[in-house]
Design a protein around this ligand. Structure first.
Ligand SMILES: *Cc1c(COP(=O)(O)O)cnc(C)c1O
Length: 373
């Protein structure tokens, strides 16, 4: 089965094999794996071990996004948030429910966030301490220029929280040149091509304020202090050891492939194959190729009375391709992930399956807008 969702992704058999073992979290062999993971993910983000630490958190990406908001912004602190789509809305909700103030910045549809607009909004409100950013917005499929946007905030003395969950490991990131970034959030199960169950924050440890999070579970300062006291191989509460062992294997494969540039190149090729393929089938991608990112593609739902997303998903599944049975766009759509242990050949096979599935469910008019005649 090809899992073509924007996480969890298709994994390699070696990664799944690493799950099939019993492990003790405090065992010295296992502690070395955890300490190694921290070093390796910090290196992928080009963090400086004197300034940054990789802080793992059990669970999903949203937990680590919330932990970052709570740990770096004080209660009542103000966060500028470009409203790029569904995942920016999630970040806004997490921050508001944690008692932080979100200042929304409107972003025109199908366009990248303009650094000049971010600068203007920050300059107009000196009480905003942080810029929040979704690097690859899963709701639209656009990969925003996070380094340039962070630099714009940095020039005005503001700091940055980066939701890099769907892009880390594929999209470029060099923390050594971006001192304004407080936190980079990601999980094991997207571009690192492992399984779900653990998230990480690459954090500026000198800016962590003990107790500020207002949540023991989500306090990055406490996670950092625990590591300082008990070692980089330790975990505060029970970790998912099989998930961490699988991630270690996934990082071996990441290195063997050639690291971030090679991974990005493969995903770009996947996305291009998919984009050309769906257009050949008469479907309408929601974004022009020029702004389409390499992580996920949203396609307009065909304007045909026979269209039914769940029927389509089921017909595709019978052909060995599994996609999301929901969309995260304002208009009806379906989405296909371009990330995971898949190649352009897999994408070409998926395009053929899309064609056959549409025919099977009786969709004749494939374009997103009603036929002109
Ligand atoms: C997947 C994703 C997350 C985290 O999702 P979880 O379901 O909490 O793991 C956060 N931000 C973006 C942009 C994502 O794509």
């Amino acid at each position: 089965m090809l899992l073509l969702i924007p996480g969890p992704v298709t994994t390699r058999p070696e990664v799944r094999a690493a799950l099939a073992q019993d492990l003790a979290p405090w065992d010295n062999d296992f502690r070395a794996v955890v300490a190694g993971l921290r070093e390796r993910v910090l290196a992928i983000g080009e963090g400086d071990p004197d300034l940054h630490a990789a802080l793992p958190l059990q669970g999903c990406g949203h937990f680590a996004v919330e932990a970052s908001v709570r740990s770096f912004l004080p209660p009542g602190g103000r966060l500028l948030l470009p409203m790029t789509g569904a995942y920016a809305q999630r970040l806004a909700r997490l921050a508001r429910e944690a008692g932080r103030i979100v200042v929304e910045l409107a972003v025109p549809p199908a366009s990248k966030v303009d650094p000049a607009l971010v600068s203007a909004a920050l300059a107009a409100d000196p009480s905003i301490s942080h810029l929040g950013l979704v690097y690859s917005e899963t709701g639209s499929g656009i990969a925003h220029d996070a380094p340039a946007l962070a630099a714009a905030a940095g020039r005005l003395g503001r700091r940055v929280l980066l939701d890099a969950v769907s892009g880390f490991g594929a999209l470029p990131l060099d923390l050594s040149t971006r001192p304004e970034i407080d936190a980079v959030v990601f999980t094991a199960n997207k571009c690192l091509e492992s399984v779900a169950g653990v998230a990480f924050v690459l954090a500026r440890t000198d800016r962590l304020v003990p107790g500020q999070a207002g949540s023991w579970s989500l306090d990055l300062a406490d996670i950092h202090n625990h590591a300082l006291r008990h070692g980089w191989g330790s975990f505060r509460f029970t970790p998912p050891p099989q998930i961490l062992a699988a991630l270690s294997v996934a990082l071996d494969l990441f290195d063997a492939e050639g690291g971030q540039p090679a991974r990005l190149a493969r995903y770009v090729a996947n996305a291009r194959t998919l984009h050309d393929g769906v257009r050949r089938l008469g479907l309408d991608p929601m974004l022009p190729a020029a702004v389409q990112g390499p992580v996920v593609m949203n396609v307009h739902a065909p304007a045909d009375p026979a269209w039914d997303l769940q029927c389509f998903v089921d017909a595709l599944k019978r052909r060995g391709v599994l996609i999301s049975n929901f969309s995260s766009t304002p208009e009806p759509s379906f989405r296909i992930g371009c990330i995971g242990a898949i190649t352009p050949d897999d994408m070409a096979a998926a395009v053929a399956a899309l064609d056959a599935a549409l025919t099977e469910i009786g969709v004749r008019h494939r374009a997103g807008a009603p036929a002109a005649d």
